[in-house]
Design a protein around this ligand. Structure first.
Ligand code: FMN
Length: 208
């Protein structure tokens, strides 16, 4: 860890979660919820890692749409014709990662994804989506198709999105199974991790 990535001069108070495992997990969920609400937060756009059919890792950016700290759930949206949807349908294990340079916090989440296309979860997520987001799901041909020219694809207008885009819309719920929280401070980095057990989260401090 580089020196300029570390905050905490001698006079700056240590954050309340510095030596409090419960508070550290609360901070993790608070930062994720802030990421859902605010596009400026790095936690708004985490990297999602999946595993492809050959067991190779694949990563890309997604927009974090919802977190539920009580249930340990996160949600993002994608096109059900996309590679990531196919990879998650085949192999539900996935990971989300983001680093907030201002907060000096890295969050890593491992869990299992479930794809929602035509159930109540998907309907509610579609209803809560903005028109400019909805049109993306009507893109033709499917995401990842090779093109003869960069612009040789079509996007529906907003009026068509409910009929053209809705069938391709997929809400992905990730049930977190493991959480990893790293806070950088030159007076002492702190790393905490939790695993989901039958009765809730079991956490421990780790060597950073
Ligand atoms: C800032 C940003 C936000 C993005 N948000 C999403 C998203 O919420 N859902 C999504 O499917 N793709 C999103 N993308 C595009 C993906 O990162 C990726 O390029 C695309 O979905 C194809 O990924 P795949 O082939 O792994 O399915 C976003 C990209 C950027 C740069």
């Amino acid at each position: 860890m580089r020196q300029d990535d570390e905050r905490g001069g001698p006079s700056a108070p240590l954050p309340p979660f510095h030596d409090d495992l419960v508070a550290a997990q609360a901070e993790l969920w608070r930062l994720l919820a802030d990421g859902v609400a605010h596009g400026r937060s790095p936690f708004h756009t985490p990297s999602l890692a999946t595993v492809d059919g050959q067991g190779r890792p694949r990563a890309r950016t997604v927009v974090l749409r919802m977190v539920d700290a009580e249930a340990g759930l996160l949600r993002f949206h994608c096109d059900r014709r996309s590679d990531k949807a196919a990879e998650l349908a085949r192999h539900a294990s996935c990971a989300l990662h983001a680093y907030d340079r201002q907060a000096k916090v890295q969050i890593r989440i491992e869990g299992r994804a479930s794809l929602h296309t035509f159930d109540a979860t998907a309907e509610a997520a579609w209803a809560g989506s903005r028109a400019m987001s909805r049109v993306c799901y009507g893109i033709d041909p499917r995401p990842g198709t090779g093109l003869a020219a960069g612009g040789a694809y079509a996007v529906p207008d907003e009026a068509e999105a409910p009929t053209v885009g809705r069938p391709n819309f997929c809400a992905v719920a990730v049930e977190a199974e493991a959480l990893d929280f790293l806070y950088l401070d030159r007076r002492g980095h702190r790393r905490a991790a939790w695993r989901r057990e039958r009765d809730g989260w079991t956490g421990t401090w780790l060597v950073p």
